[in-house]
Design a protein around this ligand. Structure first.
Ligand code: FAD
Ligand code: 2HG
Ligand code: ZN
Length: 542
């Protein structure tokens, strides 16, 4: 992105309208979002850092007695197969500290009790490992970067963890078609960097890109920040290679854009969350990198105005619009409490949006974005806004959006609901959840309350809201107020209880709120066909 003179920023600031005085109604809704204002977030106490065992948090879950307990004999077999480098053995020695990071999830909500991590280095090794586990009835958890947000990537009990980090080769890239072929364990950011050097980008981008793996992205059908522009992995993944529980290698590493030869079976692995097999390689179509990327960040008075701004953005920015993200006041306040860095806009606004454009003509795109902002500000849709003048400013604006999940976890934990709802109702869920928390006496303005804040943000462009409830500790009494309330609310609006993060352990029992009995029945049939012994990621998904 070409740096721009800061004069343009002042020019934009000059068109900023003075903020309208808030009506009593607006003030009331503002008050609704005023939990934990302007304080510095505390450092987590040693107690809050400890993660409870999943089996203790959810005593209803019982270990499936069909699965075999690991013995020294199994470990010896795996060591012979993978060598010492491929095995973290907590069966024949105490390796608790080494295995702990693989047992615990990113949210610090789930902790399994596995004593064995396997790290295969090739498809053949994955095949040998799964075949043996299947014969021995050893349950397994496929694991990528372990950034999943539904408890799917860590064991519940003593399942064997199959971590894909050693399968990290980029195999090929066709600079004409943009087709990339990689091992499943390649880190998303590594692949993206490789592509940037060749004038392309990966069609998926998300806050966890520095840790998550492409295999994990495909297994969760991750959506991310630019789905609005580049579409979902169901469209961008051209082919994949996967290993079934009996060791069969499914070679569907197609590199063609079009292939209508029979059922498109690869689609089953996209979003299966490791419940059918292990993805070992992926081929993906990558878009050309845009030479001009511009970012705007603005504040708005109401969710109604957010919708008007979205409509205007689609109309005026059309083909260059690459992201339209939403953040509410509480999310930005909590990010500020943690980071204490200067906010992009002066004062507080009930809502914020971030728009990104990507195109081939920098000046043209910048002017389009600038005149969009002038238009929405002159029509009093947007109260205040800034346009990034260079890549550093763009990155800094993005950090107010991308940094939300990490900052919310700072107090102890976050209950996360990743939902799709028709846009008109999107934010009502946050307001009603906040009211419910207040009624239950769980949220208040000092540290004695367990809930720090009820937050709404997400991918406005995809009707995908992230309702997050930041808490000082995970507690069944909070969870009972939230569930099944949130799921019932979604069901009554024909929404989806899992827009992009998947089902994992967190949402397994709620699948019926978004899928009919017939569909769940068909899914179960598929699961039984691919994994008759049920060893793949048990206790989760379906
Ligand atoms: P893991 O967490 O390791 O695993 C996720 C699931 O996939 C598990 O069920 C696991 O068993 C399975 N799995 C992993 N690898 C394989 C494989 N090779 N074969 C078969 N199954 C496998 N998600 C979004 O959709 N959009 C976002 O914007 C987004 N932002 C995020 C931001 C942050 C800060 C964090 C922490 C997470 C975010 N996520 C987002 C959630 C998460 O789904 C993604 O980070 C990512 O897709 C998970 O990849 P991973 O390699 O970490 O997979
Ligand atoms: C995002 O969009 C991710 O930032 C994470 O999907 C959302 O943590 C969450 O709930
Ligand atoms: Zn998201």
């Amino acid at each position: 992105m070409a740096p721009r003179p800061t004069a343009l920023l002042s020019a934009l600031r000059a068109v900023r309208r003075p903020r309208l005085p808030f009506s009593p109604q607006n003030l009331a809704s503002l008050r609704l979002f005023t939990t934990t204002i302007g304080r510095r977030a505390p450092d987590l106490s040693a107690d809050a850092k400890k993660i409870k065992l999943t089996s203790a948090s959810y005593p209803d879950l019982q270990r499936d007695p069909r699965f075999t307990q690991l013995t020294e004999r199994h470990v010896a077999h795996f060591k012979k197969l993978l060598g010492e480098a491929g095995v973290i053995d907590g069966v024949t020695r105490d390796a608790t500290d080494d295995i702990q990071p693989f047992n615990e999830d990113w949210m610090r909500k789930y902790r399994g009790e596995s004593r064995l991590v396997l790290k295969p280095a090739s498809t053949e090794e994955v095949s040998e490992v799964l075949k043996y586990c299947n014969e021995e009835k050893l349950a397994v958890v496929p694991q990528g970067g372990n950034t999943g947000l539904v408890g799917g990537s860590v064991p519940v009990f003593d399942e064997v963890i199959i971590n894909m980090s050693r399968m990290n080769r980029i195999h090929s890239f066709d600079e004409v078609s943009g087709t990339l072929v990689v091992d499943a364990g390649v880190i998303l950011e590594v692949a993206d960097q490789y592509l940037v050097e060749r004038g392309y980008i990966f069609p998926l981008d998300l806050g966890a890109k520095g840790s998550c793996q492409i295999g994990g992205n495909v297994a969760t059908n991750a959506g991310g920040l630019r789905l609005l522009r580049y579409g979902s992995l169901h469209g961008n993944v051209l082919g994949l290679e996967a290993v079934l529980p009996d060791g069969t290698v499914v070679d569907d590493l197609c590199m063609l854009r079009k292939n209508n030869t029979g059922y498109d079976l690869k689609q089953l692995f996209i979003g299966a969350e490791g419940s059918l097999g292990i993805i070992t390689k992926v081929s993906v179509i990558c878009p050309q990198r845009s030479s001009a990327v511009n970012v705007a960040f603005f504040g708005l008075e109401s969710f109604d105005k957010v919708q008007q701004a979205f409509r205007a953005a689609k109309g005026q920015l059309s083909e260059i619009l690459s992201a339209f993200e939403l953040m509410d006041a509480t999310s930005q306040r909590l990010v500020h409490d943690v980071r204490q860095t200067q906010k992009p806009l002066e004062g507080d606004h009930p809502f914020y949006c971030l728009i990104e454009t990507s195109g081939s003509n920098g000046d043209h795109d910048y002017e389009k974005l600038e005149s969009f902002l002038e238009d929405v500000m002159s029509r009093e849709i947007v109260s205040d806004g800034v346009l990034a003048q260079d890549a550093t400013q763009a990155k800094s604006l993005w950090s107010w959006r991308e940094g939300i999940p990490e900052c919310l976890g700072h107090w102890g934990g976050t209950y996360k609901y990743d939902v799709s709802i028709p846009l008109s109702d999107l934010y009502k869920l946050v307001e009603e959840t906040q009211a419910r928390m207040e009624e239950a006496g769980l949220v208040g303005n000092d540290d004695s309350y367990p809930v720090v804040g009820v937050v709404g943000y997400g991918h406005m462009g995809d009707s995908n809201l992230h309702l997050n409830v930041a808490v000082r500790r995970y507690d069944p009494s909070i969870e009972q107020v939230l569930e099944p309330f949130v799921y019932e609310w979604i069901q009554s609006r024909n929404g989806s209880i899992s827009a992009e993060h998947g089902l994992g352990l967190a949402k397994k029992k709620f699948i019926g709120y978004s899928r009919s009995e017939t569909m769940v029945g068909l899914m179960k049939n598929i699961k039984d066909l691919y994994d008759p012994n049920g060893i793949m990621n048990p206790y989760k998904y379906i």
